[in-house]
Design a binder for this molecule. Sequence first.
Ligand code: NAD
Length: 499
Amino acid sequence: MPPTPIIRPDGLPQAIRHWIGGEAVDSADGLTFDVEDPVANSPYSKAAAGGHRDIDRAVAAAKAAFPAWSRLSNRERANTLNRIADAVEARHDQLAQFESYDSGLPITQTRGQARRAAENFRYFADVLVSLGEEAFRQGTDQFSYVVRTPVGVAGLITPWNTPFMLESWKLAPALASGCTLVLKPAEWTPLSASLWPEILTEANVPAGVVNIVHGIGEEAGQALVDHPDVPLISFTGSTDTGRHIIRSSAQHLKTTSMELGGKSPVVLFADADLEAALDSIVFGVFSLNGERCTAGSRVLVERPVYEEFIRRFAERAAQVRVGHPADPDTEVGALVHQEHYARVLDYVEIGTKEARLVAGGTRPAHLPEGNYLQPTVFADVPRDARIFQEEIFGPVVAVAPFEDETEAIELANATQFGLAAYIWTSDLKRGHRIAHAVESGMVWINSHNVRDLRTPFGGVKASGVGREGGAHSIDFYTESKIVHVALGDVHTPRFGATT
Ligand code: NAD
């Protein structure tokens, strides 16, 4: 078998540096870490490894930029957001190539992520110019109104699964709200973030408004969480890290938003449109290499169609095209990192002892190198199995039968997670009943994950705390102050008065 050809995008940086106060800088102590691609698994660049001194500098720059940025009118900030979207769109191809090369996501899917990143800025620009504030009237005696003020310097910490898009998902509302910020991108995928400095410069974003410190989570990330001048942390990542960050944030009583892990159920009833459900389930769990927080990674199927579904699902999984991330025919690319690949393979090993393997389970024969796995389907998975309970975050899915609606709900809710759920039925009443009974932050009926940027995004149980998206994001990045105004005479009990 010939070795996999190396396909490198043009313009790969030899060094990925921090962006602090409008300048590209090395770490204060000069330390770097190697950045690898997931196909050759060899270092292609070095990124600055930030520590507390770099975070101190970045927070100081963000603090200095805050008064001017937060004072701009909504229209002026919205114009800046639209210019950022223009600059993102202008780099669409390069962005998609960088993201695919660094993360192993298929190029056709990173193109979608680049588009969504630009859309996040345009959307929050629109929100900003249409934003009003609440007012309350108590008869003719009192009038109260809300004043929103940006929280200050926001700390943003992001994961590696859709890096640039998730960074934009936090940057756009933070900037719209008038916050300045420090972003700590995921250390396995810093490449696309290396494009932010030129995007921000082209969009005329003032120096210090956005600062980026690369580095290892336990060092750069922890220093950001611990910094007393950062009152708010928006975190997307694993549940364990989220717990740890909440504990650390308690020291300074920070506001936190936690978008964490998932093990989302798909509940498929026998009366559903099976063809549409199959397309959706295959896409929902194997797109983005299965490294998707909202992946429908537990498929619960009503008994009468169970065996037929398993057979057809296994056939489709076996035919999913696994290949080089840069190949436009590829449907599943390379998993992000050797360490993560080994972890996913461990789960496959565990799964073969816990359940019936009906598809995949191994590296495709035509791909001798790189972090590749054929989409893997386990059937008859018991509810206490680790592959039913734990987030695998790869192209691996657990399928189990159910007898009736009660059991479907029980199984859907039988894990610690509660991010998303997908329901397939042609009985609309039942669809709504299950949607209300499932413990999750988001539910789709007869669809996979199609977002509407205005809607709340987030999970319950171990999948998160708080909501972002639309007005929820603006609430998160601002403090609401209520101002009460007396319009008439106020009746006041006259304590201590003698006349
Ligand atoms: P992770 O928790 O390992 O890392 C996420 C980020 O946190 C990285 O930037 C990392 O450097 C940083 N970090 C690690 N330790 C830290 C610490 N002590 N202090 C501060 N920062 C620290 O997660 P990951 O492996 O990068 O991402 C995968 C996880 O993200 C999965 O569990 C997935 O479900 C979740 N995720 C959730 C959503 C959502 O919206 N709910 C979206 C995407 C991914």
